[in-house]
Design a protein around this ligand. Structure first.
Ligand SMILES: [Fe+2]
Length: 162
């Protein structure tokens, strides 16, 4: 695959993120159902709702730049989801809970990197209004990371104490 302009790089990044967010709605639903830890489970289901809004926000972005909202397969997200599915088949209880929190952190780090890059590329390609929209989602992803990290740290402290 050759990408011969910054504009294309920007649009392809949006398409990958549009794909990733759609996969994450279902993945977050699974994580919420599967995780017993209350704080983490609630965080997953709140972020699933937030993710639905982020998908709509990406659709707005496509409209703002005059591109059709299209997905492009993102193998990084597929791999994270596949790996999780396999682990969940073979493990349960506290170990699965703790693993799920790690998965949540990994996906948020991925999204933070992706939205951070696209916010910057939006500015570079002359779409300042779009950059603001993407930065809004970036802040939500940072909050979501903080939340799941706190839940995991809390969980680890309880384990030590217990
Ligand atoms: Fe997201």
């Amino acid at each position: 695959m050759t990408t011969d302009s910054m504009d294309e790089l920007f649009v392809e990044g949006l398409q990958e993120l549009y794909y990733a967010e759609q996969q994450l709605v279902d993945a977050l639903e699974t994580l919420a159902d599967q995780t017993d830890d209350e704080a983490a489970s609630q965080g997953f289901s709140e972020h699933r709702d937030e993710t639905r809004e982020q998908i709509e926000r990406l659709e707005q972005v496509f409209e703002q730049i005059g591109e059709e909202a299209q997905t492009k397969q993102e193998q990084v997200i597929d791999a994270l989801i596949d790996e999780h599915e396999q682990f969940a088949q073979e493990n349960d209880g506290d170990v699965l809970d703790r693993y799920n929190m790690g998965v949540g952190q990994k996906t948020e780090h991925y999204e933070i990197a992706a939205y951070g890059n696209l916010t910057s590329l939006a500015q570079k390609t002359g779409h300042d209004d779009v950059a603001d929209t993407l930065a809004e989602t970036l802040r939500e992803e940072q909050d979501a990371l903080e939340e799941v990290t706190e839940a995991s740290e809390q969980f680890d402290q309880e384990e030590v104490a217990g």
